[in-house]
Design a protein around this ligand. Structure first.
Ligand code: KG4
Ligand code: ZN
Length: 347
């Protein structure tokens, strides 16, 4: 056939997802369907993703998500050209469930199987949505990840640096927990920060004195806890305004660190690609309006194109896995029945 149709499967964290992607005759790609089953309610009582519960929910929902994605795309197994699946990194129980599901389909249909690195899925999303050329600079910011990459090809990434401890999403989630705000913490902290004074509490800006692109966010949580405990000791509890000011101060620190380190990464990348400079973001934290505004302003100063995929493609989904699988497939990659699930898999 002239076009390629790909089934993508994702189950590495707390979303069970399947999608069907088609490469069009013109060489672009079209997302025919993208199904995501979240697990937020299942984990909400535990204050974080519980791997055992996640694995069981994935095993339960994988077949259904594949069936729904195929039905929504109006395709049959005979219309497919390949199956792409996240083979890591992630919570191993979920990754194994997804890989087993994909292998089952490949074995039953004879379709080629391609394993995909979840991070490559995120990192290639701006090509799926905006057709941007290599090389581009990528800032991946989610609940589990935070790193700068130069993307040069579907399997060719250079990591410029990243967090040495917590990811920013994790820091937002912990901040929310410490202040009694609902999960996921990102949106609730952002909402509170709108009414807060970012200057009332002075949060640290870790590692800003270093010339590299590494970041640290775990100290913000310690600082927040100290500030909160001091207010509670003095006044017996937190007022609405205290909470808003703490959120605003925390968020301003995250923005400052991310923007300063993105500036550093841009300098390194621009030395390599002065003409075609593009920076793209992906990951759930890319939804943050203050972070977006900070990065947009920086890109304007640096005469650099800023690409932020639509939110539902920034967070975990299977369309990005199908796309990354398609790029690998076109470069000749195939995996066999010995494809293994990897809990750790750096790009
Ligand atoms: O990419 P994602 O859906 O899942 C992975 O971590 O892989 O990202 C989820 C993270 C959560 O930590 C959530 O609190 C954070 O993204 N997040 C935000 C915002 N919306 C979601 N963080 C800051 N501001 C937001 N508006
Ligand atoms: Zn992810």
């Amino acid at each position: 056939t002239e076009t390629l149709t790909v089934l993508g499967i994702e189950s590495s964290c707390d979303d069970t997802a399947a999608a069907v992607l088609r490469e069009t005759v013109e060489g672009g790609t079209e997302i025919l369907s993208s199904i995501v089953f979240g697990q937020t309610e299942l984990h909400s009582a535990f204050g974080g993703v519980v791997p055992e519960i996640a694995a069981r929910a994935h095993a339960e929902k994988l077949d259904l998500s594949v069936a729904q994605a195929m039905r929504a795309a109006n395709v049959d197994f005979t219309d497919l050209d390949m199956v792409a699946v996240t083979a890591g990194p992630g919570l191993i129980g979920g990754v194994i469930s997804g890989v087993m599901c994909a292998k089952g389909i490949a074995a039953a249909t004879g379709l080629p199987l391609v394993g995909v690195n979840h991070l490559a899925g995120h990192a290639l999303t701006p090509r799926l949505t905006d057709q941007i050329p290599y090389p581009y600079l990528m800032l991946l910011v989610s609940g589990g990840h935070c790193q700068f990459l130069i993307a040069r090809g579907p399997e060719d990434f250079t990591r410029l640096g990243g967090t040495i401890d917590d990811a920013p999403g994790e820091a937002f989630d912990k901040t929310a927990r410490l202040l009694g705000l609902p999960q996921p913490g990102g949106p609730s902290v952002q909402g509170e920060a709108l009414n807060g004074d970012p200057k009332r509490f002075r949060f640290p800006r870790p590692l800003l004195d270093r010339k590299d692109c590494n970041m640290s966010f775990s100290g913000l949580k310690t600082a927040l806890m100290r500030m909160r405990d001091q207010i509670v000791a003095e006044k017996g509890g937190l007022s609405r305004q205290d909470r808003a000011d703490l959120c605003a101060g925390f968020q301003a620190a995250v923005v400052d660190v991310l923007v300063a380190k993105t500036k550093r990464a841009l300098e390194i990348y621009k030395a390599e690609a002065p003409e075609v400079a593009t920076i793209a973001v992906a990951g759930g934290v890319a939804a943050n309006t203050a972070i977006r505004a900070g990065l947009e302003q920086l890109c304007a100063e640096f005469d650099t194109q800023f690409v932020a995929p639509p939110l539902k493609l920034c967070t975990d989904n299977a369309a990005m896995i199908a796309y990354a699988g398609l790029e690998r497939f076109k470069s000749g990659a195939r995996d066999g029945m010995d494809l293994s699930a990897r809990p750790r898999w750096p790009l």
